[in-house]
Design a protein around this ligand. Sequence first.
Ligand code: FES
Length: 132
Amino acid sequence: MNSRRTFFKMLAGALGAGMLLLSGKRATAKNLGIKLEKVPALQKVGGSAKLKLEGQEILFIRDSDTSVRALSALCTHQECPVTYDSKKGKIECSCHGSFFDLNGNATKGPAKKPLRAYPATLKDGSIVVTVD
Ligand code: FES
């Protein structure tokens, strides 16, 4: 009797663990490489380009000879696409007039939350961006 009860307890535990594994979402970060030769707009400082990576719209901004920024291309107000204005040095959303700085911080509303920033590096003619 005791062994039968123990067996069912073990079975219930195993099923529960299995359910957790099946339902659990894992955030797995991926480092993705992008060759600059494939994105001419990012070959010069001040250039920008939107790329869809792992289902996420990302705005890349070439902010110096040695670096690039990677931010969500969707406004945090109501998810309109944002664009980079190299003359103003700002990211803007034309839907309701929000502005963001190059760190993604909202500098003019109605958007209040920052754009998501993705870690990105530029080295040897390639961008490496971390996306999950
Ligand atoms: S969606 Fe960008 S300001 Fe409203």
